[in-house]
Ligand binder design. Sequence first.
Ligand SMILES: O=C(O)c1ccc[n+]([C@@H]2O[C@H](COP(=O)([O-])O)[C@@H](O)[C@H]2O)c1
Ligand SMILES: Cc1cc2nc[nH]c2cc1C
Length: 336
Amino acid sequence: MMPFQTLAEFRSLLDRLPTPDAAALAGAGARNGQLTKPPGALGRLEQVALWLAGWQGTDKPHAGRPQIVIFAGNHGVTAQGVSAFPPEVTVQMVANFAHGGAAINQLAKAFGAKLDVVPLELERPTADFTQGPAMTEAEVVAALRAGYGAVDPEADLFVAGEMGIGNTTVAAALAAALYGGTGWAGRGTGVDDAGLGRKEAAVAAGLARHAAVLGDPLEVLRCLGGRELAAMTGAILAARMHRVPVILDGFVVCAAAAVLERSVPGALDHCIAGHQSAEGAHPRLLERLGKEPLLSLGLRLGEGSGAALAIGVVQGAVACHSGMATFAEAGVAAGS
Ligand SMILES: O=C(O)c1ccc[n+]([C@@H]2O[C@H](COP(=O)([O-])O)[C@@H](O)[C@H]2O)c1
Ligand SMILES: Cc1cc2nc[nH]c2cc1C
């Protein structure tokens, strides 16, 4: 059931976020302490297994049924010359996803993830945020709802990915609006120095035009965001309400997630950072979110690709936590 019809109802969901299951967390922690390894020897894998246990509400977490959803949107701000590729590529890549030809199709297959694709009114780009609000209230609510409804409550893990020519400029505008400062624009699909200058100018123009709403994260999303970003904001909230753990992808996904974090600190406690993207400001955004990335492979693709790779790390953590013998079971002497 869709728990909101309006932006006001979406806001009120943020007041009742579920928290992790303390008993499951304690049970998993106790089990972790008995497994046949020196304490802490599996490094972050141990924290990942406990994080999963808390959100899944079991001391034996599972990761065999991950869901990846790719949200696609088009952006009026592409009129400012902010991407190395033309906007038609968004719909063309959606067709490529449908035919199984994109990187994310291969990664989803490799890690046994269900892959869904949600195109958001691609024939109707958002308005150019340097000229006016990107979306009306009805439009942003429709996108939030599309994202919220796309999450499978039965999934073990959720990954939001995106496709949208121009959306690294949109993400930079969101980051700048939510956290302040400059220098949030990066190379995206590979713009040259002049293109980077146009991105920075577009972000500055957007912030100046929408100065009145900068204190309200959901209004920031409406005025400076995009449909696929709003859908990801809705999806990440849905995952929280269903207690499905989330692996965050790159700069664009983290900007959409930041809308929740700036609305309610701790709203992303059910999320881990899958990777650090090569987009210049991603490390800075991760720092603002308080997230340490699992991987750093120089990816700058989007599509949820870095998070999809991190599913493998999470599955490794689960396999060890759930499958290893305890010292007592294996007859191995415990340390002092
Ligand atoms: O999320 C990232 O870290 C990321 C970094 C660079 C590029 N992208 C992808 O590239 C597209 C946006 O790039 P651009 O140059 O058109 O703004 C969009 O489809 C994103 O999925 C994504
Ligand atoms: C080809 C192409 C594929 C992508 N996948 C995500 N963003 C993309 C941008 C381009 C340009």
